[in-house]
Design a protein around this ligand. Sequence first.
Ligand SMILES: Cc1cc2nc3c(=O)[nH]c(=O)nc-3n(C[C@H](O)[C@H](O)[C@H](O)COP(=O)(O)OP(=O)(O)OC[C@H]3O[C@@H](n4cnc5c(N)ncnc54)[C@H](O)[C@@H]3O)c2cc1C
Length: 474
Amino acid sequence: MALTETHQPVNIAIIGGGFCGVLTAIHLLNHQCLPPVHIHLINKGYPIAKGIAYAPHTASLLLNVPNGRMSAFADIPDHYVQWLQTNSSFDHQDELAIAFSTRRQYGNYLAQLWNEAASKKEENKTVTLYNNYAGDIIEDNNKLIIQLCDHQTLRADVAILATGNALPRFPDGMPVSLKSSEYYFEDPWKKGCIENLKTEKDILIIGNGLTMTDTVMGLAENGFKQTIHTISPNGYRLKPWAEAKKPYTDVDAAAISSRETTLLELVKTFNKHRKIATQLNQSIYPIIDSLRPHTPNIWQAFNSREKQQFISYLNTHWGSVRHRIPPEMQHLIEQLRAEKRLITHSGRIISSNDLQDGLNVTLNCNGQLKQFSVQRIINCTGPENHISKTGNKLLNNLYNKGLISAGPCNMGIHAHPENGQVINADQSLRSNLFVIGNNLKGTLWESTAVPELRVQAKKLAQHIISGVYAASGY
Ligand SMILES: Cc1cc2nc3c(=O)[nH]c(=O)nc-3n(C[C@H](O)[C@H](O)[C@H](O)COP(=O)(O)OP(=O)(O)OC[C@H]3O[C@@H](n4cnc5c(N)ncnc54)[C@H](O)[C@@H]3O)c2cc1C
């Protein structure tokens, strides 16, 4: 960041106003004695502060992380629980920290934090909101010109890419004609995919993880009574947060991550503990939970081959134990399975043909072909990670001109692990372009949920603040 005139406001453009963009802005606004800054917050697609996750299509959807871990501020761990104490009507106040509130409730918490920070009237901190998509960034000497999709432009000294979750990728091996079928729903987070349901035909969901669970809940809440089929290569089932078994705690995750651990050593250590836990009839989940804060260190210590091996062979297993759902949602899912209204196939779709009122699909499930007709196919495979395939015009443009490049294993944007400083296609580190959130997945691996994103937001804001001081001549 370099300024020619002193004491001019530093213009900070934040592109994306979900959790990451807004939390970074809150930290900037809450910083005492900042030299003059003007924050340009550019957001379209989902409501400001709430983003995709916390403005869900279905009222009953719960957080997939307990309230006690959802504070927006890592240094005030019970901030969200305190907020709930005055803003919710939970029956068991003493169990608030281990309970799961609705995502809408959490969205209201974030919106309130944002409104409070943005409405503070301070002369040296101003905010402009743009309800529009940013489509490109042009370099102009030391400045960045942000082009919005309505042809408006703005000049910034620094820009933050906080564009969040991309749509799922089009399923491999599917006929291209499916893309334009009126019965194919590519966006599982939009209300349209669970509305206008026909009563007499089944539905097929591609994917078997958290997005599938949300969609099934949404369909059930909308009164859908037919069978929901889900398909994924392995057919793994998500586990609930609460386990009846005693927790296994005899693992020192900090020690594992403090030395350079190879993938092979890590798998051996994990398997050793898994076997002991099984013999003791104890839950292995504390092992996963204790490893999570250390996964960025462990990931960065892997070489490229190990990272690729992890993605190819272990990622699905990790995902199936790492992602868990609230017991209430698990209960509904299991009930639907028991009633045969939810059937999980392990295999892949090999063909689909449009009918007059839906689609005929053929699945290959380990050599066994299954054919049936459905009224719609909903893609719940999770956000696309490859930036050139996300369909986000801004990221496509920046990628095509080399301003950003793909992160390790083609996941997200290549960036510095400490502060998200973008690394260009020519490997140079940019001082005025940053990335935060799940586009740091290739760099950090664990860059998905609030417990790690809140830390990123604070670090990024602090880094930018020190740049602002240096640039402003204070
Ligand atoms: C359905 C779902 C449920 C989840 N539940 C939880 C949970 O319970 N607990 C948890 O910790 N984590 C959860 N997560 C993870 C969640 O992604 C993070 O917690 C967090 O919300 C991510 O915020 P973000 O700002 O990075 O992205 P997003 O929330 O995706 O926000 C990005 C925003 O930027 C906008 N945008 C994108 N490109 C542009 C552009 N070019 N110009 C302008 N605007 C743009 C988008 O439309 C969107 O409004 C969930 C994720 C999903 C998808």
